[in-house]
Design a protein around this ligand. Sequence first.
Ligand SMILES: *[C@@H]1O[C@H](CO)[C@@H](O)[C@H](O)[C@H]1NC(C)=O
Length: 581
Amino acid sequence: MLVAAFLRNGLGLLVPLAIACTIYLYLYPLFGGCAFPLPSRDAHEAFEATKRLHWPFNETESDPDHVPTQLAPFRLLALGDPQLEGDTSIPTVLLGTFPHVISIYKHLTFQTPHWSFRERIRWTVHDIVDVIFEDIPYYLDSWRKRLDLFGNDFYLAHIYRTLHWWSRPTHVSVLGDLLGSQWIEDDEFEERGQRFWQRAFRGGERVPDDVATWPAHEYDLTGMLDGSEAEEIWTKRIINVAGNHDIGYAGDLTPERLERFERVFGKVNYELRFGIPINDTDVLATIHHDQRNPESNRLEPEIRIVVLNDMNLDTPAKDTDLQDATYKFINTVIGTSAAVEYSGIFTLVLTHIPLYKPEGICVDAPFFDFHGPEDGGGVKEQYLLSADASKGFLEGFYGMNKDPNAAAGGRGRKGLILNGHDHEGCDTYHFINQTNGTDPSERFWEVARWRDAQARGLPNLTSSGVPGRREITVRSMMGDFSGNAGLLSMWFNQETWEWEYEFVNCRLGTQHFWWFVHFLDLGVVVAFVVYILVSILGFVGVDVDARFFQGVAWGGRKIAPWWYQKRDDAASQNGHARIKG
Ligand SMILES: *[C@@H]1O[C@H](CO)[C@@H](O)[C@H](O)[C@H]1NC(C)=O
């Protein structure tokens, strides 16, 4: 039983490897130590707490659904730039399948005009060369690309599903560039929309339009961060941000592109407000109330999520009505913000294009490209927002000021900006030095890497002359960027009456590992089935080995008859019996 023995030994090696790789792949957040940070900011403790969520034997009888309370009440799974590709990246879809064969046929059947027969032959030979050097490679590449796209959907799905199951987010956001191209036709757009919801983010739901509200002075909270069943729905909803590949930059953005995005993925501009229950009556009494407690600057704790389409902030825009709508939205957000003197509200901005920063801070440097005048002259591409638009974020949304004599010392409102676009990711701190120079007009916004800013102690200077806000550009979840995901935890500190947060990344590894594991598993399954068949055949008395080697000899004879001929001659000369084919 040589064949069976070979398969048995092979499986003996491959099965343990396949099991180990599969366990690693399907439990990657566990091996990567991924967990939403805890208020203690202790990574080890956070990991242990998440592990306990999955340990089936620690449920107390009184409270079987007990979720450890030390978990942060707001846990956002933030995903950057999945960029679902499709038709537009398959050569045969763009160019046709074997177009030069068709062309040759036309030349030979006199369907093409040529001034001489020699010319006809010349073009035919030309096309034969193109078949070999273009059509065949493109054809093979198209199939590779199709397989690639198919696998990529499942690779992204693997990240979403596994991390969602393991880390238990309360909210999920995809920070723009859900799709890979803004140039696609409507049917391809629908197709990719289907793939987004049915495959990559299966189980996810679009945020309903009536929940995604326009900012107002009088508003109802979107929800409470109390872990109740009613809030469970938010673990499924995906807060989608519009990116340049979804709707186009300012120079390409049309109502049609916006409409199809909003219909499939949700609105592009809205706010969500989440509160947190406070049950302690002593604490409740300290909250601002116009009659009972007018002196207090404490507002009821709330996370205000501002979802913003920042595609058309910069000019020129193709459609100025759409640009006005974005400006109006921003002004309404600012107009309905609490005065800067109050504390307890945290503004989390989710958008796509990062804020302005000079070259050398992140991978992307400032870059603008514009359409020619014949195409409307609008913004064709940009890596970062302009300095002016960025200032609008910092001084508008956050109300910070270069002048220390401004309201509340120009310290502004608490918050954080999350975005995507720069696939490499970046973590920065924007600040303004209020004591720089004597004249406020000489002061300007500066940016530092978050790590450098921390080393310089800048975040601690917010109340002493250097207000600032952090901006996290989340690294892409695409395989080439190692399948990254951001985990943002937020919790409320009742002592300082401010929200606090912590952000960590979790990486799966490149798509190649994902492919390797699945091919390995498939190979093991096939080998195992063959092994079973061989064993059964052996059991019923078929000489599998003899047949196998006969088969090899027969196959060899077909492929290399001359070699077998020589061997056969030698064998008959030596008087050996030859293997019958
Ligand atoms: C702010 O500016 C003052 C005056 O130029 C300077 O002494 C101080 O070091 C600056 N602070 C920071 C954090 O750059």
